[in-house]
Design a protein around this ligand. Sequence first.
Ligand SMILES: [Mg+2]
Length: 232
Amino acid sequence: MKNTKHIFFDLDNTLWDYRKNAGIAIRKIYESFRIEEKFGYHFDEFYPHYHQINEDLWEKYRDNKISRKELQESRFPLSFQDLGIPKPDFAVDFEQQFMDEISTGQFLVNNAKEILDYLKDKYHIHIITNGFAQTTHYKINNTILKEYVETVVTAEGAGVPKPHPIAFSTGIEKSGAEISESVYIGDDWVADIIGATRFGMEAIFFNPLSESHKWIENVPVIDDLIEIKNYL
Ligand SMILES: [Mg+2]
């Protein structure tokens, strides 16, 4: 990747550890709502239900099948129903508190700081995320990410989520980069890697959970961010 001047990162689970920060936030709210005492389900029983439903809804959001509002209104009601609580009236408040709490999460993905320190003097660093505008702002400005990132584009800002090319072209326009000098790095095969390569950008697939995926020529696959050093 010789001519690279700009690096575009995905945010959730690429730099900002959504899995860890969300787990901590949801456990805290689960306890404050005293759900185990009221309904008999331990947090560890609940969390896999939430995880699966949230992943499925984000895929639908990415594929333009549901709106952001529908995602937010349904993920906790569906998760609690799936757990075995038929009418979880408290789930609306749960979502509200979750949105407040998740934004305060500080954990970054392993080696995020190390690789950003390595990249920062040689490249311009940007973010294109499918995350919501307000939470994205907090995730960056509450953490050391603010010291590295020059421009940020959200799905709301672009008008469409990745893998839509407009999400990427908005990032290119906002940063002043050329497509030919840009690399995209993300952990979602469809949104990040299919999206970026179809748009014409080089890409690196970050796959820490070893999820099954297809292969695209000249797209390296890494399972630790520090391996970016092998390509940039
Ligand atoms: Mg991601």
